[in-house]
Write a protein that binds this ligand. Structure first.
Ligand SMILES: Nc1ncnc2c1ncn2[C@@H]1O[C@H](COP(=O)(O)OP(=O)(O)OP(=O)(O)O)[C@@H](O)[C@H]1O
Ligand SMILES: [Mg+2]
Length: 280
């Protein structure tokens, strides 16, 4: 069971002076129960790819399949795909449109024909999962703070119980406790078998949490592999838009100084290695 993208090309405004080839032959895969991080420089095509994964954008050429359903322009395939894949937009304002927080989060389950009791349960559960209390259920989503809007936008996707979650920079605008809470929720959802596709600029998060990292560069697939492999590539060559996490630089410096420590982004592993190295 997976989302499979083959030779995907996306051209915005074809045949006009604004024509832009945002994706150019992308190959990508996200499996259920796995976390894939999508990284790359600004304008590399991350948000464009994210919007293809639930059929919000349709391929100019190439294909996107979700658990064997190939996305086509037909209403039936799009409906099935949108229920399976929840997309959290890069900017929550693009996602919110209802008059109250409750209605916003109830929209998906209503649309999929959940019973009134299921709708209420899903709305309450999803809002609790993102840390929004009942006092905000009647609030206008547009009057919330940036971090609260982000939380409501995430809840509005969780409430449809999707099999895959595609989140475009979901931690932007959250404070550190909101960020921690969201990431631990995503870890739980992954362990329940959901597929997570996480678009991020934060290499610490990508290396620390993902099973696989996908690097886009100028609309093309540049690298695909587990965090360890991506880290070695990052150390070997400059990759536009990606920075080596400070802790990895620190580990590299320690190695230059003769300490036998691994190149790692994990502070606990590094601390243990330093302590082991000193005792030798
Ligand atoms: N609606 C649009 N119309 C025309 N061109 C677009 C549109 N959306 C994106 N583009 C162009 O497509 C390319 C890829 O954009 P995209 O937003 O997918 O990049 P991104 O990797 O998500 O960038 P960022 O890190 O800044 O969010 C860019 O050249 C961008 O200018
Ligand atoms: Mg983007």
């Amino acid at each position: 069971m997976s989302i499979t993208v083959r030779d995907l090309v996306h051209v915005y405004h074809p045949g006009t002076p604004l024509e832009t080839k945002a994706l150019n032959g992308v190959e990508f895969e996200a499996e259920k129960g796995k976390w894939v991080a999508v990284v790359g420089h600004t304008g590399s095509g991350k948000s464009t790819l994210a919007q293809h994964l639930n059929g919000l954008l349709l391929p100019s050429s190439g294909s996107v399949s979700i658990d064997g359903i190939t996305i086509g322009p037909g209403e039936k395939s799009l409906r099935a795909v949108r229920q399976k894949v929840g997309l959290v937009f890069q900017y929550p304002e693009q996602q919110l449109f209802e008059e109250t927080v409750f209605q916003e989060v109830a929209f998906g389950p209503k649309n999929w024909g959940f019973t009134p009791e299921e709708i209420k349960n899903e709305v309450e559960k999803s809002l609790a999962q993102v840390g929004i209390g009942p006092e905000l259920f009647g609030a206008n989503p547009f009057r919330l703070s940036g971090g609260q809007k982000r939380r409501v936008a995430i809840a509005s996707v969780l409430s449809s119980r999707p099999d895959y979650l595609v989140l475009d920079e979901p931690t932007a605008g959250l404070d550190s406790s909101g960020k921690k809470q969201l990431l631990s929720l995503l870890v739980d959802l992954k362990s329940l078998g959901k597929g997570i596709v996480h678009v991020t600029h934060d290499m610490d998060l990508a290396l620390g949490l993902a099973d696989m990292v996908f690097v886009l560069d100028d609309g093309k697939s540049l690298l695909w592999g587990p965090p360890e492999l991506i880290l070695w590539e990052l150390l070997e060559r400059d990759i536009r838009g990606l920075v080596i996490p400070p802790l990895v630089r620190f580990a590299g410096r320690l190695r230059d100084l003769g300490f036998e420590v691994p190149l790692t982004w994990d502070p606990i592993r590094l601390a243990e290695a330093i302590s082991g190295s000193r005792r030798k």
